[in-house]
Design a protein around this ligand. Structure first.
Ligand code: BGC
Length: 794
């Protein structure tokens, strides 16, 4: 009896406690406001400090391909080219995974109806796991679009926008909220390991390509993260290299593309970079993230760190780096402590939270979009193939070596003809369902192939692959397979085939810069391959074409005379072989133009002596001594002839640019330039018109010419003309005067040059600016340290 009454009491107490708990929960649920599209401020007022600190820090990260940390065993750091990636937070392995393979998630706060957002790489296609452990009946492949360097070479923002529309559809249909792309760092040096993820050496091209793809992706109701902001132009010691740059070079070059993209496309997010800028991590620089990006340019979204970027979460909050990725609980704890001890103001934290919530309310996770996991991959592959063919650049075509009639019999050499490289490695890699090799593409196009040669290559590559070491981790990629020795068979091939194709391939990616030997320069085996094939085929009066399947610039000047044609195919995505065959056969007339210079030699590169920094064995600092003189801005000023200049590219037809007219010879507010392009050949084709401007050099050093506008014609039939028009605004006339903290257009004579490359100027006209214009006054920012000032950076 006593026992039972005790139990009774306990039971009653338990019920009471339970019902109290239930009531509290019910109350919290009832009282706590739920996030809606119009009550962000109310939600912030209802959030606890701990909740805020969770929202501004991501959920953690599972390293792709790495097993979860073993319980009780200290997790190990991963070595990436000398940088120790922090060990994965064991908790990250317990995160409920929404989209396997995605790079990260934000925290949900269920009490307030705040959903978690999923973010995923990367620039050339959505990077997610194609096969899921819990469901082997379905696949989740994504389209590998052509790499950014190729997209830029189309000079066609309408086409790049269409790539974005298709790309963004995959983001949405696979349940991702924000795409961690595009990348738009400047091609400062050809050895930059991630150049393939970036567009150009020129900020106008990079900014406009970014805006075009961002608008396309975001038209699907998903977000983008333009990256890596800013001056992140190398991979060597990427997580802490101190990049030293003048404010002028930052404003005119390294920030300019971001500015264009922010103003034209309002990306949902911007990703700050890993590097330090003039002594401070970019994610901890308030002038970069708040003063310039948010205040001067009017960026409305939020800033996230690159993965594990920076070192001080409180400094990141203060700088306006709203979200820390991938995030760890210790960062949230540090933020809570800082607010409590007064070193971080709640006003700042609220501002960061507000920016994140303003994006959350636009996200598919918030609107509970029912994604299909079935994007139309067939339709997207067509877009990828079209873009790929449009961005290939015909570098050389002696004696009409190309197009090659598709009935021809071709001997196909070079490992990458058989194992084509669709795109680069690291987070820029895409898990695609297939890649069409050049062999397959040629076959599909109706070419006859030399079967014995193909079989030899297939056997050789299969054997060599068995011997290749397995990649050590996600960032590691095995050294390329050496070229097959063809000396014993080349004479036979020259007898049997009508022409020879040789593919030279290069791959690179996150975590390492490229090397000069056997990468920027062709290896001896590759040079030998080209020479023996050229000798054998030329002896029979047959043509030799080289296809460059590369993500960044290589040396071409020493071997190009040996061959008849060179097609720069870049890394063209999953439809690679079909797109290359489209151009080789003439089904598509090439209209791509270089958005990055091919110098004669590496020693000509303006940053050759300042890359990847000092000390040479483990660079800690890199000084951008060349200032604004990067790419054609340098080659033109220094009068150095490149192998193929910025803007260069041939066609199977010819064009004439004429009749450059300016709306006025005196600048008052703006000037419109019109120029007519005529197809003077006998094949339909497209031409890119480039408008360069040469400004008066009053008391400041300025580039000879700078690209100010570009446009691509539609497909012009033989004899057909099209007139393109461009508007020149005051900002196009201005240079950045550091001492005056302003963009200023100097009075004087401006020359407008219309051309089909930076060195093929067809027409010139000029106008006069009567008085200086202060186009924009800006804040004092990015001030280099005293010691840096002494370097007198340009
Ligand atoms: C890369 C970013 C990428 C992120 C998430 C980093 O290592 O630098 O470009 O978006 O990882 O995968």
């Amino acid at each position: 009896m006593r026992i039972s009454s005790k139990l009774k009491v306990a039971f009653v107490l338990m019920c009471a406690a339970g019902s109290f708990k239930l009531t509290a929960q019910a109350q919290t649920k009832q009282q706590a406001p739920q996030l809606r599209a119009n009550n962000v401020k109310q939600i912030i007022a209802a959030m606890t400090l701990e909740e805020k600190s969770k929202l501004v820090v991501g959920m953690g990260f599972k390293m792709p391909g790495m097993p979860p940390p073993v319980k009780g065993k200290k997790p190990e750091a991963i070595d990436i080219g000398g940088f120790k990636l922090p060990p994965s937070d064991p908790d990250a392995y317990n995160i409920p995974e929404k989209v396997p393979g995605a790079a990260g998630r934000t925290h949900s706060i269920a009490r307030l109806g705040i959903p978690s957002m999923t973010v995923s790489d990367g620039p050339a296609g959505l990077r997610i796991e194609p096969i899921r452990n819990n469901d082997k009946s379905k696949t989740y492949y994504a389209t590998a679009f052509p790499v950014a360097t190729l997209l830029a070479s189309t000079w066609d923002t309408e086409l790049v926008n269409r790539v974005g529309v298709a790309f963004g559809n995959e983001v949405r249909e696979y349940g991702v909220d924000i795409l961690l792309a595009p990348g738009l760092n400047i091609h400062r040096n050809p050895l930059g390991g991630r150049n393939f993820e970036y567009y150009s050496e020129d900020p106008l091209v990079a900014g406009n390509m970014t805006a075009a793809i961002v608008r396309g992706v975001q038209s699907n109701g998903v977000g983008t993260s333009i990256k890596h902001y800013a001056a992140n132009n190398q991979e060597t010691n990427r997580n802490s290299i101190n990049t030293i740059v003048s404010e002028r070079a930052m404003r005119e070059l390294y920030l300019r593309g971001f500015e264009i993209a922010v103003k034209k496309s309002q990306p949902w997010t911007v990703m700050s970079s890993y590097n330090k800028l003039n002594g401070t991590f970019t994610s901890q620089r308030r002038d970069l993230l708040t003063t310039i990006l948010k205040k001067e340019w009017g960026f409305k979204g939020f800033v996230m760190t690159d993965w594990f970027g920076g070192v001080d979460p409180v400094a990141q909050m203060k700088a306006g780096n709203d979200l820390i990725m991938p995030g760890s609980p210790s960062q949230s704890e540090a933020i809570v402590a800082a607010v409590k001890n007064g070193t971080l103001s709640i006003v700042q934290l609220n501002a960061n939270v507000e920016r994140i919530l303003n994006i959350v309310i636009k996200s598919p996770s918030f609107t509970k979009y029912k994604y299909s996991d079935k994007p139309d991959l067939t339709a997207h592959a067509k877009v990828a193939r079209e873009a790929a063919a449009q961005g290939m650049v015909l570098l050389k075509n002696d004696d009409h070596a190309l197009p090659l009639a598709s009935a021809k019999r071709v001997a196909v050499f070079g490992n990458t003809s058989y194992d084509i490289i669709a795109g680069g490695t690291g987070s820029g890699d895409v898990n695609k369902a297939y890649t069409i090799s050049l062999m397959q593409g040629l076959e599909n196009a109706g070419y006859k192939l030399q079967e014995k040669l193909s079989k030899n290559y297939a056997a050789y590559l299969a054997d060599m692959k068995l011997k290749q070491p397995k990649p050590k981790n996600f960032f590691d990629h095995p050294a390329p397979i050496p070229e097959m020795d063809i000396n014993g068979i080349v004479a036979d091939e020259a007898n049997g085939a009508d022409a020879a194709l040789i593919t030279i391939g290069r791959n690179a990616g996150e975590g390492a810069d490229r090397k000069l030997e056997n990468d920027y320069y062709l290896s001896d085996a590759e040079k030998g391959l080209i020479k023996s094939i050229a000798d054998a085929f030329h002896a029979k009066g047959k043509k030799v074409i080289v296809v460059l399947n590369i993500g960044g610039v290589i040396e071409v000047a020493s071997w190009r005379d040996e061959v008849d044609g060179i097609l720069l195919a870049w890394q063209p995505g999953l439809e690679a072989g079909n797109a290359i065959a489209d151009v080789l056969s003439g089904k598509v007339n090439p209209s791509g133009k270089l958005a990055t210079t091919f110098p004669v030699d590496y020693k000509d590169v303006p940053s050759a002596n300042n890359f990847p920094g000092t000390p040479a064995d483990k660079p800690e600092q890199v000084i951008y001594e060349e200032g604004i003189y990067v790419g054609y801005r340098y080659y033109d000023a220094a009068k150095i002839k490149p192998a193929y200049e910025f803007g260069y590219g041939l066609s199977y037809t010819s064009f004439k640019l004429s009749n450059l007219k300016l709306s006025s010879t005196n600048f008052a507010g703006s000037i419109t330039a019109t120029v007519t392009v005529k197809n003077t050949g006998d094949i339909a084709g497209k031409e890119v018109v480039q408008l360069y401007l040469s400004a008066p050099k009053k008391d400041m050093d300025k580039p000879e010419d700078e690209l100010k506008a570009f446009g691509k014609t539609h497909l012009l039939t033989p004899g057909q003309s099209q007139t393109l028009s461009f508007v020149i605004k005051p900002a196009d006339l201005a240079s950045f005067y550091t001492n005056r903290q302003a963009w200023i257009a100097d009075a004087g004579k401006y020359e407008v040059k219309a051309g089909s490359s930076s060195r093929m100027i067809a027409e010139t006209a000029s106008f006069n600016l009567a008085k200086d214009i202060t186009v924009e006054k800006v804040n004092k920012a990015l001030v280099p340290l005293q010691a840096i000032n002494e370097l007198k950076l340009k």
